[in-house]
Design a protein around this ligand. Sequence first.
Ligand code: G3H
Ligand code: 13P
Ligand code: ZN
Length: 306
Amino acid sequence: MLTPTKKLLLKAQAGNYAVGAFNINNMEIAHAIMEAAEREAAPVICQTSEGSLAYAGMDMLLAIGRQLAVASKIPISLHLDHGKHPEVVKEAIRAGYQSVMYDGSAHPFARNVEITSEVVKLAHQGGVSVEAELGALSGIEDFVTVRQRDAHLTNPLQAREFVKKTRCDFLAIAIGTSHGAYKFTGRSKLDLLRLKEIRSRVSVPLVLHGASSVPKSLVKQVEKFGGDLGKPMGVSDRDLRQAVKNGICKVNTDTDVRLAFTAGIRKILKREPDEFDPRKLLAPAYEEMVAVIRWKIKLLGSSNKA
Ligand code: G3H
Ligand code: 13P
Ligand code: ZN
């Protein structure tokens, strides 16, 4: 059932859990997200990046998402992830997404405020809610000094000013996560104190990007069947639970699903070298994706919240 993202996230905020937001690039990924959500009776967000739109097209991905949503009683919303080009964000607003992200985090504060505010006005006219971002997504280890860290991670006072000025509906913050499979060189470490300070100053639901866990079991399976991933490291279960406990309401996950897909594909290609029916090749990838998404939903506390 298509449901406004804002409704999902305000309910999560009140219930102190987070809704999983998973990236889709094709039918199999979208279907796996929906099956996992159904089996966990959990609300879920399917999101498309600009990269996925270039790969499959907005109309195609929206059609897949809508079809899955209308066929289900699970509350689901379709969200534009990391819209960096205002024209893409505007297209998504017109196309019928429940929410859009305008990511102006690479701009200086004033310019980010300016463009985000314009996007918010337009989106709200169309009944669409907006996620905005403040701060740079990079691992804490990238910053040697406290000063460097303060310059890159989200500043709590600026966050309050940003939300007040832009009137955005959700805020993505930088507290030490980064995109991809290589988030930390040592152990997982998030700036949870910073999160608490932001939470005390900002009332809109907060979003955590780069939240993949990079489960060791999936990495091992990829490597067992011929992959070589180097030294990947994700956010620890403990850090993720703490982040949700301290106010994160939307948790973005893409890498874990990519790893699950790859683990499934590698396994069947290696074990059944004479198989060439794409449906059979994709079946184990689908099962691996459903399993990791179900696990993630449980970790976020959103099982049985549909
Ligand atoms: O934010 C990053 C997501 O994992 C999307 O990645 O731009 O390769 O589709 P992508
Ligand atoms: P991961 O790379 O950690 O899965 O993050 C995905 C994300 O933030 C999508 O916006
Ligand atoms: Zn992201």
